[in-house]
Design a protein around this ligand. Structure first.
Ligand SMILES: [Zn+2]
Length: 143
């Protein structure tokens, strides 16, 4: 547990999003909770991640999300790990939201080194028109 890597998760706190400024301290090592010195709120180490409020082993969640990312069908994961299908969909939703927040925080804030970027486009004909999809990725950070 490193409180210097964390920031306050309370959006109304002025320390929200400020990493490494000493606002966060360890509240409980056993329960893996942090505390903000500015607003006195506590939060768990997994707050804001796909692991938040998950009682399953974190390695299992990571394995399931990785399988989903590589296109494994949820029904196969249900059969292999004996999990509920709703649990898998919730983990997928939570990890997607986490990835979206990381993307907004790092990529859209200009925190990616753009020395070398690979860009690609895709043209798809659909009924009633043509759709374009463009993507770009930084070679060094893969963001
Ligand atoms: Zn706070």
């Amino acid at each position: 547990m490193d409180p210097h890597q964390r920031f306050c998760n309370n959006r109304s706190c002025w320390a929200y999003g400020r990493v490494g400024e000493g606002h966060i301290v360890i509240h409980s090592k056993k329960e893996r909770r942090y505390k903000c010195k500015r607003c006195s709120q506590t939060f768990s180490a997994t707050k804001g991640t796909a692991l938040y409020r998950s009682h399953m082993p974190h390695d299992l969640v990571a394995a399931v999300v990785t399988l989903l990312a590589y296109g494994c069908p949820p029904q196969a994961i249900v059969a292999a790990f004996s999990l509920d299908e709703r649990t898998i969909y919730r983990w997928q939703l939570m990890s997607g939201r986490h990835c979206q927040r990381v993307h907004e925080h790092i990529v859209q804030a200009g925190g990616v080194l753009l020395a070398q970027v690979q860009a690609d486009e895709l043209r798809v004909r659909v009924v009633g028109g043509v759709m374009w999809l463009a993507s770009a990725i930084s070679v060094t950070s893969r963001l």
